[in-house]
Design a protein around this ligand. Sequence first.
Ligand code: UN1
Length: 478
Amino acid sequence: MQKFDNFINGQWVAGASYAPNINPSNLADVIGDYTQADAAQLDAAVNAAQAAFPAWATGNVQARADALDKIGTEILARREELGTLLAREEGKTKPEGIGEATRAGNIFKFFAGECLRLAGEVLPSVRSGVGVEITREPMGVIGLITPWNFPIAIPAWKVAPALAYGNCVVLKPADLVPGCAWALAEIISRSGIPAGVFNLVMGRGSVIGDPLVNHPGINAISFTGSQGVGGRIAQQCAVNLKKVQLEMGGKNPQIILDDADVAQAVELSVQSAFFSSGQRCTASSRLIVTDGIYAKFVEGVKARMATLKIGDALAAGIDIGPVSSRAQLEIDMGYVDIGKAEGASLVAGGERLQLATEGFYMAPALLTDTTADMRINREEVFGPVASIIRVKGYEEALFEANNTPFGLSAGIATTSLKYATHFKRHSQAGMVMVNLPTAGVDYHVPFGGRKGSSFGSREQGRYAQEFFTTVKTAYTLA
Ligand code: UN1
């Protein structure tokens, strides 16, 4: 079995132990043995990043842009291979995996350009003869903690802006999917970026998570993952006065109004709720449907669900692969039971599937007769489980859409300009979609939410500079 090591200070180094990376579509398929760091190795990575920082922070921006562009070019050239690896280790379908690898390549290309566009401001002082300049400087060494559901895109959208704006990084990818992060590190290792600027430290969050967040050599933390872990990281960063950016869960509403195009509403709801096995923080797990379209919509969703092909992520013609892990499968199945116990009706799916290979397969589940107070409508499941909330009209739909501790993405299916416009204005979510799925976002515009979904400034696009830089105000007497 091939062994994969950590990348620290420009060297490949073995950690304290190794763990197998297992294909969730076929548990007999082991992708490789990936090393697991301990706290001492993490310390070495942070120290290497600190040592590399002064030269990188003040280095030539053309060299930086060239390196990021080279990384993006290689990812795009190898998108098929990387997307296949992604599908094999995470379980999303191969086309989705290739799409995600493409997104990662495009992100590096975008931030290659941003290296040359970090503008400041020049203002007159209120004192005669004095000028004021406002510039942005890198934050320092950033700890990046990424989740298992986007094994290459999320590392890319944290690493690329961090490097573009002159920071050094220590990337800790999710223990479940180290393969894509390792492949990204290997590409970065040949890009001309100096030793210590980028470091990959694979390992368990329970072993190196706290040491990373609390390390005095880490100046800021960008995290995507669960609300529970995010909350704990925020507390630790508050105590240590560290800048922190958190992207956490969602319980994203998808409103379907009477005047919606039924076929379109069905398709985008099924896509939002169940594609990628519902394992997107932007997935829509609450379908809020008005009375007049209710029967047609529910029948349409059930009919579409009956056509979904669930199977090996690498097989052709598959719509949905397995769930990513045994633990996640148990959570998902558990929420179907919780919903039923709360009085919801399971009208489609929800059962474990036995296919040709042993994997974590589950039929997407649709629950009706649900109310806003049920756990199934308040807690993030992170699986192919969606519930329908029936409402009388737009006002009630809007209330229910916002009636959640989360606020990441929110969708409305309607042909009414009036309701679409009102919803864009009054949704309490960071991202609003009109006649589009709640999941599936562009890579060059801000990404993030409100309430319990996000904390700190936005990721992606030019807005990423808010987190990855710090502002300096300089006064000069001429
Ligand atoms: C998307 O919907 O295209 O972890 C991206 C997640 C999000 C990314 C969603 N941070 O699911």
